[in-house]
Design a protein around this ligand. Sequence first.
Ligand code: FES
Ligand code: MG
Length: 576
Amino acid sequence: MTPRRTPEQLRSFRWFGPNDLRTFGQRSRLRQMGLGPEDWVGKPVVAILNTWSDINPCHLHFKVLAENVKKGVLQAGGMPLEIPVLSLAENFMKPTTMLYRNLLAMETEEVLRSHPIDAAVLLGACDKTTPALIMGALSAELPFLFVPGGPMLRGQWRDQTLGSGTDAWKYWAELRAGKITQEDWCEIEDGIARSHGHCMTMGTASTMTAITETLGLTLPGASSIPASDARHWRMAAESGRQAVENAWTDLNPSRFLGKSAFHNAIVADMAVGGSTNAIVHLVAMAGRANVKLPLEDFDTISRKTPRLADLRPAGRFLMEDFYFAGGLPSTLAQLLDLLDGDCITVNGKTLRENVADAKIWNGEVIRSRENPLSAEGGTAVLRGNLCPDGAVIKHSAMEQRFLKHRGPAVVFKNYPDLAKRLDDPSLPITADSVMVLQGAGPIGAPGMPEWGMLPLPKRLLETGVRDLLRISDARMSGTSYGACVLHVAPEAAIGGPLALVRDGDMIALDVAARTLTLEVADDELARRRAEWKPAPRHYERGYGALFLNEVTQANEGCDFRFLHSNGKPTPEPAIH
Ligand code: FES
Ligand code: MG
């Protein structure tokens, strides 16, 4: 049996227990909030970090969600404290929420460390909130568990189901090609987001919550439950009860998350056809647990992991279908030979125990191991003289003619340049061209926005072209698709080879060989490098300047250098 802490061993006891002037102040202020000793004496304090905001539709329900967690904490004899932290609303923050992921991670870490908290429940869902909260909580080194906000209901337009993001890109292309009317487009706007919850495709949000469950940081099955299903409230209450238990047993993920847990997460990512963004986030999360996760691990695991979940953007169905088909547990149950089933999870059980009884209820949505959608996962890591530190491509979600492709580059210096010239009739572009976007990486953009699914020229759309090979140092939305080489490192803004590409250069992609080659002689590249000048910095002060100074490249997870774990815990602040 796990040894249990005594009330005096609880962290919060160091704030409320001793009899001195400082603790007098703290207890008198608890009383000011209407609390009495019956609320805190001998009770673990469970912080509920709430990323609710009026401008985050994915977290619209988090006030009620937090109440359900509180109920669970109280039922189990703990003291709940709801604490707001930064809300990263994917659709509204400029230039990109990715610029602020590390800011939320820093806030999470410091909020947890500085307050009298014994365990934490993290409420997140919308893309960057999940990795940010987990990165911070791992660095704070407290027991915590994650309550995923849940996917929204399926979108619907007439007789068509609509998937977040994915169908917006699809019908935008149809509108520009003249295949649907402006009136149709307005109806799609009206029906694509029908309820609270995060994007219900297997985009970044669904991928990150699935990964988080696989890491063992949520209750089993939590990540697949639709946000508006009553079972979601019950899962939140159960998470509150579990957090109290974990405060007593000191079940601390920063101690149980090792390399094999992160490898399990990559298996899950590949099996569900997850977002390419997960690669950047997983590397960053692993860094906080002092685990090194080279890009090659993703490629190795991708090659041996079958894709089982038929979810958009790579497949057909949506998260609600996935939930009723058995959700993540039944997917993982098919893969136990590829997983380390002994990894411990936040309910104190192993991953194997958690998924042992999970069954598939709809074999169309979740394929069995014997009948996979593809024998391999959908993401490949590329190397070559154009990306010495790696690049990624989601080859499961693109036209297969690009698996091996060679074509002339059409280069855009930055996003404004792309927007300006995309539909210029004189742009020398054909269906075989390779679109190259520079200056869209962590420093160049800044913040490595989701610009990697470059829009196609109207002229090509009208001739029926729907995919083109595109290369950038940006990310792309997890709901996107197409032959997009992403995360090219080092990025153009710091003089990576991507900065040296010019119009007409031949570029060759070979997914099977995992290579991306710029067919320009080394001496010519050296000549161009000598001429190359960096663009002016985007920020000279404030958080933006800190970001530019400290952010690492995509293959290192884009965390700040000073936030990586060095294996030495940051000490708890002295109370006095
Ligand atoms: Fe929030 Fe997609 S916009 S999850
Ligand atoms: Mg997104």
